[in-house]
Design a protein around this ligand. Sequence first.
Ligand code: TMP
Length: 205
Amino acid sequence: MRGKFITLEGIDGAGKSTHLAWLADFFRQRGIAVCVTREPGGTGLGEKLRKVLLDPGNSMHAETEALLMFAARREHLEEVIEPALDRGEWVVCDRFTDATFAYQGGGRGVDWQRLSQLEQWAQRGLQPDLTLLFDLAPEIGRQRARGARSIDRFEQEQDDFYRRVRDGYLRRARENPSRLRVIDASQSVEQIQQQLKAITGALCR
Ligand code: TMP
């Protein structure tokens, strides 16, 4: 049986990496083979493109940024995501195309329709079975993201940018209500895990 494709989304600092690790374990405990991956990245070439995209020393046009995200995605679909789904594995992916709509569309102002065209072109109809959107106010995200790591090209953006990113995500959620589930990321980790169990339980059956 073909596997399920689950993506996690949210502004930087929304806690999705923590929840992703927990969710992957939750599935494994249920005997499900899990493929954990991320975007941009997930392949040799994709990780190289990730370096280019996140390097604060690089500047690029917003549409170039969107095209590079989709280039990495096409490779990721071809090399990792589709083969894993075909093997029956569940793919749990840290960000996917909703991030391009939110960051490049909402944040940078790239035309929504053009992004839809690229989405069609790169994905050929494939969509995640479920997308978990960890929604959080940018002010809180910024405080949480402020860690030991150095700041990447996106994290150096101001709250205004992240407000537009958040709005972009929420617009995607309104446009895709059956796929995207919005989770209030200001809740405690335990509360969120309860919610994740309830939401993904239906997929496990
Ligand atoms: P990460 O820090 O969650 O791994 O994501 C890397 C950064 O890349 C994050 O700031 C969001 C950004 N990004 C986009 O701008 N567009 C995209 O399509 C993806 C996948 C990520």
